[in-house]
Design a protein around this ligand. Structure first.
Ligand code: R5P
Length: 263
């Protein structure tokens, strides 16, 4: 692996623990101002010291994140769709590799939509992005999007999506946790991180999700709503970190969460 690529990946996935906690905050690119992310800077500022990386668009990066004090950046580079548009899968590259270089990002993120109208467009788009990013030693994070069909979060579908993303050259893949998640991990020659998905009923549910994913082979989480939509987001991100990086059990992480939220 080229030095630049290796160096960037080492910024994202801790060489010490082999794991990663990324804070996803790119939702606005197709969802607009989602709850708690109406003012991204205010919501995420306290969380940044606990994030190994942040995932976001160039607009929010430039306007809401201090260039002098930022975690490594995973730049969302696909879009062109919206939650009220015709078809969520109609995504394409929304920026260029020179912009990623200008912003000194550690990775670029691109969604693929399998079994959707624009499957081909997104798969070819991912592949072309890998060609360009490889030139500059920038890793590509493929996101196995499921659109509005959350039911697609099952092992057979996600194994197919992750494997295709890896075959097309993604260095890391973001997918969903599902039953028999270990089968998804087994089929992927590159590391997987999981999204949190929509906010779960309790923080304990999200801690259990992170724990199960790590135990079954995920290298980390790229979590958004289950962290920053929690009324105790600062405690939540630290509890998640304890599971991902410190091998904490769900009970230990919950205890940490309860102690931190009292402060
Ligand atoms: C969705 O396409 C976006 O990439 C989000 O960043 C992703 O779903 C992760 O955030 P959450 O944990 O809120 O699902």
């Amino acid at each position: 692996m080229d030095w630049g690529m290796e160096n960037r990946i080492a910024k994202l996935i801790s060489p010490k623990t082999g794991h990663a906690v990324w804070l996803a905050m790119d939702h606005g690119y197709f969802l607009g101002p989602v709850s708690k992310l109406e003012k991204p800077a205010e919501t995420v500022r306290p969380l940044l010291p606990y994030a190994d990386a942040i995932m976001l668009t160039r607009g929010i990066l430039r306007n809401c994140i201090d260039a002098k004090n930022s975690p490594p950046v995973i730049l969302r580079v696909s879009g062109g769709n919206s939650i009220i548009g015709d078809d969520l899968s109609n995504e394409t590259l929304t920026t260029c590799i020179e912009e990623a270089v200008r912003l000194n990002v550690s990775a670029v993120a691109f969604s693929i939509y399998l079994a959707a109208k624009y499957e081909h467009q997104t798969l070819v788009g991912l592949s072309r992005l890998v060609n360009q990013a490889q030139e500059y030693g920038i890793p590509v994070l493929a996101v196995t999007a499921v659109g509005k069909e959350l039911g697609k979060r099952e092992a057979r579908f996600l194994s197919l999506a992750c494997r295709i993303a890896a075959e097309l050259g993604a260095q890391v893949i973001k997918t969903y946790y599902c039953e028999e998640f270990e089968k998804v991990v087994e089929c992927s020659p590159v590391p997987l991180v999981i999204a949190g998905g929509p906010k779960l009923r309790t923080e304990l549910d999200a801690l259990q999700l992170a724990y199960a994913a790590i135990k079954q082979g995920a290298v980390g989480v790229d979590m958004g709503r289950n962290i920053w939509q929690s009324p105790n987001s600062l405690a939540m991100i630290q509890a998640i970190r304890s599971i991902v990086h410190n091998n904490a059990t769900v009970e230990e992480a919950e205890e940490l969460f309860n102690n931190l939220k009292k402060k």
